[in-house]
Design a protein around this ligand. Structure first.
Ligand code: FE2
Ligand code: FE2
Length: 242
């Protein structure tokens, strides 16, 4: 289903409830009644096109209107990505950590294996947090500087130097590492976990991990396919103009 602005938000969420955290990130919460996407965006002062495209990008893996997304300001994209970072760090990963902690409290027999899973998950969490920190502290400020320089029509020497020495292209490969780790975690649980006392709890953990994996893939897709090409184009424009 291709989502468009004339659709009722309720119908869209009924069709794909995994969009709830995405719309929350835009400041929209359940309780939208019968309003269309367009009406809701108007009330919330949101860029309708950007909103609809983001929903579609999450909803359908094959959908990607790269050219249209290129027309948005980088700051709009970064604001959205930063909200997603907070969601991963402050909601999602602590939730999974709490569930794993619960298995340790509730099952004496498998404590050693659960301890190893906990350790593996914590390592993953740390690595992931570092990845996000790098984006928040280094990549995003750099992108905002590029946008400002383009708007002003002039770039400082320091920025020009950075474009030459650390262009955005350097950072592209990183997502694969984060994704590989979560794949290993799923495998450890599904292949090597001894029969647990509480099947339902482990099922919940698995579901959370699968959801996180899907959300991360969508997030990385926006960064790799939209943000990076956009930044490459900005770098080129600045270099060309100086
Ligand atoms: Fe990110
Ligand atoms: Fe990322």
């Amino acid at each position: 289903m291709l989502i468009d602005q004339k659709m009722k938000m309720a119908d869209v969420v009924l069709h794909d409830p995994t969009l709830v955290p995405v719309i929350n990130r835009f400041g929209i919460h359940l309780g939208f009644g019968d309003q269309t996407i367009e009406e809701i965006c108007k009330t919330h002062g949101l860029h309708v096109q950007f909103f609809v495209i983001t929903l579609n990008a999450f909803h359908d893996k094959l959908y990607f209107p790269t050219e249209q997304l290129q027309s948005f300001k980088a700051s709009l994209l970064i604001d959205y990505l930063q909200k997603a970072h907070r969601y991963f760090l402050e909601d999602k990963t602590p939730e999974i950590a709490d569930l794993i902690e619960r298995t340790l409290r509730e099952d004496d027999v498998n404590k050693t294996t659960y301890g190893l899973i906990k350790k593996f998950f914590n390592e993953y969490r740390e690595e992931f947090a570092k990845h996000i920190e790098r984006e928040d502290q280094i990549i995003f400020p750099y992108v905002l500087k590029l946008e400002k320089a383009l708007e002003a029509g002039t770039a400082e020497e320091q920025l020009l130097h950075k474009i030459q020495t650390h262009p955005i292209v350097e950072y592209e490969a990183e997502h694969e590492d984060v994704e590989a780790k979560i794949f290993d975690l799923k495998n450890i649980i599904i292949r090597y976990l001894p029969t647990p006392n509480n099947d339902a709890l482990w099922y919940q953990i698995l579901r959370e991990i699968f959801t996180l994996e899907k959300e991360l893939a969508e997030h990385a897709r926006i960064e790799d396919l939209i943000l990076i090409p956009k930044v490459e184009a900005m770098e080129k424009a600045i270099k060309g103009g100086n």
